[in-house]
Design a protein. Structure first.
Length: 276
């Protein structure tokens, strides 16, 4: 009798383990890997043709928030496209923006400075080109047109802040190691929530500039989020920054800890911004 009970108990335990195993396998089978769809897209703004890069996860059904990626002053290179892919893996549709037009990129600081300077001198041109990118991303059925944001790196960070202060129609903007002072702030024009991810040791955006930005925002009574990462210098999110800094003798350097922390801060910001 006791032997029979033990056999029954063993059989029950085995059945439970088999069911649990099947359930585990079923979960693994139903978990979908990202199926990224990538394409180079042409669009026009202020009579200039831009060659952007769009990517989204085809495994996701329906519309989802969109994020523009505004690159560093080098132009739309592999780094900007990599960030767009990472956003797509998070469930967004991303458009890496060709700010300079015609796919133009720089391979040295002199050329990069020459390409970027007109956008600082004429912020309206930057706004027009970002608005053209917004129009393009809205044309995708995968885009939730009520939920569009932008992130920018270095030059791109300055551009998203400048255009936000000019009233561009973006729900939120994130600046990674970008210049903080540029266009005048008009509280009545501002439509975007703002996250700044700043390197605490950035010689291009010193503590005085950060303090001036905070004073500008605080004086206007604007709510914003400012994250500072200790020991992070300029371009701290770009794994290629250290080599580029050494090559051209400029004070830029990758910081893995700050890169990870700032990306996580962006994810939390978007989670709140988009409500998902």
């Amino acid at each position: 009798m006791k032997l029979k009970q033990r056999m029954l108990q063993a059989g029950t335990a085995l059945s439970f383990l088999l069911m649990a195993s099947c359930g585990s396998n079923e979960s693994k089978e139903t978990a979908k890997e990202p199926l990224l769809k990538e394409e180079t897209v042409n669009y026009t703004g202020d009579s200039t043709t831009m060659n952007g890069f769009v990517v989204y996860d085809e495994a996701i059904e329906g519309a989802r928030p969109a994020v523009l990626v505004v690159p560093e002053w080098w132009g739309l290179n592999d780094y900007g496209k990599m960030r767009a892919r990472e956003l797509a893996k998070l469930g967004y549709i991303a458009l890496a923006v060709d700010m300079y037009g015609n796919g133009k990129t720089a391979d040295n600081p002199d050329s990069a400075g020459a390409f970027a300077t007109p956008f600082y001198q004429n912020p309206a041109m930057a706004k027009a080109r970002l608005e053209a990118a917004i129009t393009k991303i809205k044309s995708y059925t995968q885009t939730d047109t009520a939920n569009i944001a932008a992130i920018g790196y270095c030059f791109g960070g300055a551009m998203v802040l400048n255009t936000a202060r000019m009233g561009i129609d973006l729900k939120g903007v994130v600046s990674f190691h970008g210049n903080l002072i540029g266009t005048p702030l008009n509280k009545d024009l501002l439509k975007s929530q703002i996250l700044v991810c700043h390197g605490g040791s950035d010689p291009f955006v010193p503590a005085e500039e950060a303090a001036k930005f905070k004073l500008q925002m605080d004086s206007a009574g604007i709510t914003y989020t400012f994250k500072e990462y200790a020991d992070a210098t300029h371009a701290f999110t770009n794994p290629n920054a250290t080599a580029m800094g050494e090559k051209f003798k400029i004070p830029i350097k990758y910081n893995a800890a700050a890169d990870t922390a700032s990306w996580n801060d962006m994810k939390a910001f978007f989670s709140t911004l988009f409500g998902k």
